[in-house]
Write a new protein. Structure first.
Length: 254
């Protein structure tokens, strides 16, 4: 009788979990411990964007895709395969026929998100935006080998790149021409983990194309006013179109 009373008392207790944050990242796997220690009495079902299973008193959740997800816990007893029945009579003895408990259920709702990446193209010297539309990039997931091909907007920015947990490489496509700039052979490597911020910005640098400029500073020949000669040690500054100093140079004897 004591065991049956204990079962009745425990029947309404549902699993209880503590989440450190109110969302999971796509690709994240977490293990939750049922503090009420009743998880093994429940069956599980879930929405398609999560994969869930039990390991003793632990609930393991793998976040497969973004959106609202729900895990449902259901407990049913089938000892008698009938409902309990009570017959009450004022003229004779009351009768109780044992039956199964009413089903008990609970739900765990989790929001699944991904990280939003912004990529900004910048000048290797000035660090200002390279405002050129159509610069091609490849973002490679090193874990799945998935390749995302994207292009910058007219501000030299690629916004709203949604990526799950994983290790990534960003590189510039070599089959293109960027007016005034060299194609970069550098790669940018980074990782998205369960501790990553939901919004991340990365900067990708390019160096300007360079060439040679020959400048001769001439001055009047003091010995012959009709003749001009090169002047030495005259300081010149080279600036870009935004008036940023690129280099200072003195003239030589030639």
């Amino acid at each position: 009788m004591c065991n049956r009373l204990l079962a009745i008392n425990l029947h309404d207790i549902t699993p209880l979990f503590s989440l450190e944050k109110d969302y999971l990242l796509k690709g994240e796997t977490i293990t939750l411990i049922d503090s009420n220690n009743v998880l093994d009495k429940y069956n599980l079902s879930s929405t398609n964007n999560v994969n869930v299973y039990k390991d003793g008193n632990n609930l393991i959740i793998n976040a497969l895709d973004i959106g609202d997800s729900k895990v449902t816990f259901i407990k049913e007893t089938n000892m008698y395969n009938r409902k309990p029945t009570i017959f009450i009579s004022g003229d004779s003895q009351n009768v109780l026929i044992a039956g199964d408990f009413a089903p008990k259920s609970a739900e765990l709702n989790i929001d699944i998100k991904d990280v939003e990446l912004k990529l900004i193209k910048v000048d290797g010297i000035t660090k200002e935006n390279i405002k050129i539309k159509g610069i091609k990039f490849e973002i490679i997931n090193k874990n799945t080998e998935e390749v995302i091909k994207l292009e910058t907007d007219n501000l030299g920015i690629i916004s709203s790149i949604h990526i799950p947990i994983g290790d990534y490489i960003i590189k510039e496509s070599i089959d293109q021409v960027i007016p005034g700039y060299e194609i970069s052979d550098k790669v940018l490597e980074f990782s998205i983990t369960e501790d990553s911020d939901l919004k991340i910005t990365k900067y990708f640098e390019n160096n300007r194309k360079t060439g040679n400029i020959y400048l001769t500073k001439l001055g009047e020949n003091p010995k012959n006013h009709d003749e001009h000669i090169p002047l030495q040690n005259v300081l010149f500054g080279l600036y870009d179109v935004n008036n940023n100093l690129i280099q200072l140079k003195y003239t030589d004897e030639f």
